[in-house]
Design a protein. Structure first.
Lengths: 381, 143
């Protein structure tokens, strides 16, 4: 089986574009990624499109209507917040399977403002605020409090995640926000669901990201190996049964399972990873994933954030892009945007936020329901 | 299906809350005889062990311990805040989520593993479109 390489990758600056439609937003990233590879949509053998909010609306085909209706196969996929990474992985698999050797993956989302989850529906009376809360800030607050009960993790430690990621975003022109948020600002922001304040919740934005993937043979043929990023591992898991499943989505086990498989597939360990983009949908979540991804031992995540080990310049910088907390979280685009960020560091093009000498990076997303995707990427040449 | 309540009797807020004619309300679980997994709501196949037709109803305990929680300060319009969204492990099996009442909305006042009891009351005055009232369950510190 051929290794698979990313030979073009890009994203648009995340923001709010109510005057545009989802296909148009996706098309912009598609063209950027094609330009990055120096290729045309005419060269692509298939399109894998990730979008959640309009999953029944043939978004991939509509992207081709914007940039070139070449008649190639189009797969539209939805997988909660792992949607973009799943589309990328389908593209990867098609090359692994020797079906294609040059394909495009796009992730795109057009979001509204406001709280996600807990919308209700169903019969009888609304349950939100009657049977606890099903809003995402509350669900991830409860996941954080599970960590607090085990290890004594504090509100301040969770808040430090947000300080760090907002700081990183000041160096990322493609982030939604580039604003420093000191610890007291984060902790004194409006409390949404304790321990998550408003500045500890990811930003709902519109956005898109895209990648061109190629087989080893094709990458060499095109003379693009010097800029290529090798996909060392691509893993997707769902959530195995857990006793509290019915009331408490488990974001930990499927991440641990995916991480284990990904390290095995890549033949590397957590100690070999130079940078990580992980799913900080809420500040509480980032702390959990330090341990889930093996970046530290169980119970050490609080210390890790206290010591700055995951800040730029630390042992293993996490979310140099600003993360979902400040770069923004357009659900279907996030998985590929994370891949763009890590690829940019591996190519040495990350500017002020560059992780020096980055050779291997890891991306992680998790969608409730649940789906977890992990990719391990390495500089090719 | 919204049942007619010609008698004006309130309905349960969720199907796993049982309101017997001649007894106290209780929460009903469904337990897999093969592996012991407990579910809220009827089902025929076990998600844990995949056994078929091994699930039977079981009465859940009215006592348990607080596993995790969040204090919700922002919710949807019309929903009174703050309130405590709590995840409770019931004694003898079953984990249930609900509002924790009669506590201060202050993390210092809400210790993990706090013993709690299940109480049954009107569902915060919420009615369905046909005007039916509902009974719901709540957690409170065990007295
Ligand atoms: Zn079973």
């Amino acid at each position: 089986m051929s290794d698979v390489y990313i030979i073009g990758v890009d994203m648009i600056q995340f923001g709010r574009f109510p005057e545009r439609n989802v296909a148009n937003i996706g098309a912009e990233a598609a063209l950027l990624a094609l330009d990055d590879a120096g290729l045309s949509i005419q060269d692509m053998q298939a399109l894998y499109c990730g979008n959640l909010g309009q999953a029944n609306a043939m978004v991939g085909q509509r992207i081709l209507q914007e940039i070139g209706q070449t008649g190639v196969p189009v797969v539209n996929c939805a997988n909660a917040c792992a949607t973009g990474a799943t589309a990328f992985r389908e593209a990867w698999m098609s090359i692994k399977a020797d079906v294609n050797d040059l394909v495009l993956a796009v992730g795109v989302e057009q979001m509204g403002k406001g709280l996600l989850g807990g919308g209700g529906g169903g019969k009888g009376i609304p349950k939100e605020g009657l049977l606890g809360s099903a809003t995402m800030p509350a669900v991830f607050a409860e996941a954080g409090m599970e960590h607090a009960r085990k290890y004594g993790t504090t509100f301040e430690q969770f808040a430090k995640v947000s300080v760090k990621n907002h700081h990183h975003s000041t160096m990322n022109p493609k982030a939604m926000y580039q604003i420093e948020t000191p610890l007291d600002t984060v902790m004194n922001a409006e409390m949404i669901s304790y321990p998550n304040t408003k500045l500890m919740c990811s930003v709902n934005v519109d956005g898109s990201a895209a990648a061109v993937l190629a087989s080893e043979k094709k990458t060499k043929e095109l003379g693009l190996m010097d800029r290529a990023v090798r996909v060392r591992a691509s893993v997707l898991t769902s959530d195995p049964w857990q006793e509290r499943d019915l009331v408490m989505p488990d974001v930990n086990t499927c991440t641990r399972n995916a991480a284990k498989q990904a390290y095995e597939m890549a033949g590397v360990g957590p100690e070999d990873i130079d940078l990580v983009e992980l799913h900080d949908c809420f500040a509480t979540a980032e702390i959990l994933h330090y341990e889930n991804l093996g970046l530290c031992k169980d119970g050490e995540a609080g210390r890790m954030i206290d010591e700055g080990a995951t800040a730029l310049g630390g042992k293993v910088p996490v979310n140099c892009s600003g993360g979902l907390l400040s770069k923004g979280h357009p659900l279907g685009a996030t998985g590929i945007a994370n891949i763009f960020e890590v690829s940019t560091h591996l190519r040495g093009n990350a500017g002020a936020r560059q992780v020096d000498g980055a050779k291997i990076g890891l991306t992680h997303v998790i969608g409730l329901g649940s789906a977890c995707a992990i990719h391990i990427l390495e500089k090719a040449a | 299906m919204a049942k007619e309540t010609k008698t004006g009797k309130p309905l349960p807020a969720v199907p796993f809350l049982k309101l017997p004619e001649d007894g106290e309300p209780y929460l009903e679980g469904h337990k897999c005889k093969a592996c012991g997994a407990v579910y809220l709501g009827e089902r025929s196949v076990c998600a844990k062990c995949s056994a078929r037709d091994q699930i039977e109803p079981t009465r859940l305990s009215d006592k348990g311990k607080l596993y995790a929680y969040s204090i919700v300060h922002r919710s949807f319009p019309g929903i009174e805040v703050p309130y405590v969204s709590a995840i409770v492990d019931l004694d003898g099996g079953g984990t249930v989520k609900g509002n924790l009442i009669n506590v201060a909305a202050d993390p210092a006042e809400i210790p993990f593993d706090m013993p709690v009891e299940v109480v049954y009351k009107d569902a915060l005055g919420r009615k369905d479109k046909d005007g039916n009232s509902y009974v719901s369950y709540f957690f409170q510190p065990a007295g």
